[in-house]
Design a protein around this ligand. Structure first.
Ligand code: CDP
Length: 220
């Protein structure tokens, strides 16, 4: 059971989850946890140490030998250090995009990172984004959102960011893996962000949270 309120934001690649989750957390004055960044960080580690991301045993050994420190920065956003190194600058590298779904399908990796994710709400309320937050990490939270957008819109958004990313292939791999695949949790509220601004999506989520009688900071 979560010690604090958890708002789960899930969805496919480049659906706008990060921007929405960060903006929502700021408005509510919650902390923001980017679980994709954790899977990306482990992927960067494997790639930079020349460990094959498809070799589950080798990745497991690497993970066992690595000190993982997760926390929050002054703005309340999740941080990760691997053996004291900050991988932030590399998380959107083409090589990371190409291998992150393989790394994320390894059960040992998921178990390790999910334990960290569950511990991250022990001190404060959080907005947590990912693929399996509402379905597997915090299935008991009543606040679940699934942010979607058409493949065309999502591909255009990613292209604008100027990095190589085969989002359709990543979605397929994420949706078909055996352990906690990307699904729409039964009780999630789906928001199609194809024609909405970030503020528009955040507004829809806040409206829904009000309907669920979640106590929000004054003025919202
Ligand atoms: O930003 P984008 O939506 O493209 O991806 P992300 O949220 O940074 O996630 C990168 C990858 O991490 C996904 O394609 C999944 O393979 C994996 N992931 C996951 O398996 N479970 C999560 N809770 C979050 C991310």
């Amino acid at each position: 059971m979560a010690a604090h309120i958890v708002i789960a934001i899930d969805g496919p690649a480049a659906s706008g989850k990060s921007s929405v989750a960060r903006a929502l957390a700021r408005r509510l004055r919650y902390r923001y946890v980017n679980t994709g960044a954790m899977y990306r960080a482990v992927t960067w580690l494997a790639v930079s140490r020349h460990v094959d991301p498809k070799n589950a045993d080798a990745v497991h050994l690497l993970l066992d030998a690595t000190r993982i420190e997760c926390g929050f920065d002054a703005a309340g956003e999740s941080t990760i250090l691997l053996d004291g190194m900050d991988p932030t600058a590399h998380l959107s590298d083409g090589a990371v995009n190409a291998s992150v779904s393989s790394i994320a399908s390894i059960p040992d990796v998921r178990r390790t990172l999910v334990a960290i994710q569950r511990a991250s709400c022990t001190e404060s309320d959080v907005v947590m984004e990912g693929r399996d937050i509402g379905s597997a990490v915090f299935p008991e939270t009543p606040y679940k959102f699934y942010i979607d957008a058409t493949l065309e819109v999502r591909a255009a958004r990613r292209q604008k960011q100027g990095v190589a990313d085969k989002i359709e292939a990543r979605d397929k791999q994420d949706s078909t893996r055996p352990m906690s695949p990307l699904i729409i949790a039964e009780d999630a509220h789906v928001v199609d962000s194809s024609h909405l601004t970030i503020d528009g999506v955040v507004g829809e989520i806040i409206g829904r949270l009000k309907l669920k009688n979640l106590a929000l900071p004054e003025g919202i």
